[in-house]
Design a binder for this molecule. Structure first.
Ligand SMILES: C[S@@+](CC[C@H](N)C(=O)[O-])C[C@H]1O[C@@H](n2cnc3c(N)ncnc32)[C@H](O)[C@@H]1O
Length: 249
């Protein structure tokens, strides 16, 4: 039976056995910047620390990855935070040891507004108590959340939350790499009767015309594709004017 392209895509990608939800996931089929190298995650980590500073170092800093695949990006970010912590500066609240689990550290950049103070340096010596508070590091405040339609991978570190919908009230960074090109869509064609949906028979791929598009879709089409006989973005042809001539040197 013919169905809308939106339903056909939805089933093929996210239905039972769907391309993105079954098996080993996107990394088994193609490489994205997320899989290619930890350099991408390193760059994002720098961005995350900048956002943290812009938000005035919230008690909980969310990093949410929408369309997280199998959590590759968040796992790399978590690893970077933890491993850089091992080689970096121990950071915590003055006078307290850093918490286990999320006590990885992000090394400071010279001159960075987020330059961190070492717990050891900030901890008051026995002779010299200090009342200077040291804020908990990004590593201690960050909360990683993957938003995915696929089930949670078995061996994902428990530091990464796994949900199927974007949580409300995020304070931090929302990432979405290679996501929007996988959102199921309707397909419409312009006919003598106006805009109609295109249907597809999932097993054969044969397309047929469906109903007229909804009022909302018609509004969208009229706004973004006002001239159905021309591709969007193609300016109307006009005779060349003097402004089009190459400049004389
Ligand atoms: C092309 S993959 C990209 C995966 C990963 N971000 C990367 O760059 O390698 C798109 C991912 O988005 C997920 N996805 C698509 N629509 C989604 C939705 N509405 N909510 C959550 N995840 C979604 C798919 O299951 C798939 O894992």
């Amino acid at each position: 039976m013919p169905v809308s392209w939106r339903d056909a895509m939805g089933q093929a990608l996210y239905g039972p056995g769907g391309f993105f939800v079954a098996g080993a996931g996107p990394a088994d089929h193609f490489r994205t910047s997320v899989h290619a190298s930890p350099a991408f995650a390193s760059a994002l980590l720098r961005l995350i620390t900048q956002v943290d500073a812009a938000l005035d170092h919230p008690a909980r800093l969310d990093v949410v990855d929408v369309g997280a695949g199998r959590g590759e990006l968040l796992q790399t970010l978590l690893r970077l935070v933890l491993s850089e912590g091992a080689a970096g500066v121990a950071v915590g609240v003055s006078g307290e040891s850093t918490r286990s689990g999320r006590s990885g550290l992000i090394p400071p950049r010279a001159g960075s507004p987020e330059t961190l103070t070492s717990t050891a340096a900030a901890r008051p010596s026995r002779d010299e108590p200090s009342s200077v508070p040291v804020r908990p590091s990004v590593a201690e405040r960050v909360r990683f959340t993957a938003v995915e339609l696929a089930p949670r991978p078995a061996h994902l570190p428990e530091d990464i939350d796994w949900v199927s919908e974007i949580p409300a009230g995020i304070t931090g960074v929302l990432l979405a790499t290679e996501w929007l090109d996988n959102v199921p869509l309707d397909v419409a064609v312009h006919t003598d009767d106006g805009w109609r949906y295109l249907l597809v028979e999932p097993t054969s791929g044969v397309e047929t015309l469906g109903e007229s598009v909804s009022t909302a879709d018609l509004g969208w089409l009229t706004t973004w594709w006002p001239s159905p006989t021309r591709l969007p973005g193609n300016p109307p042809r006009r005779p060349p004017t003097s402004r089009d001539r190459p400049k004389q040197r």
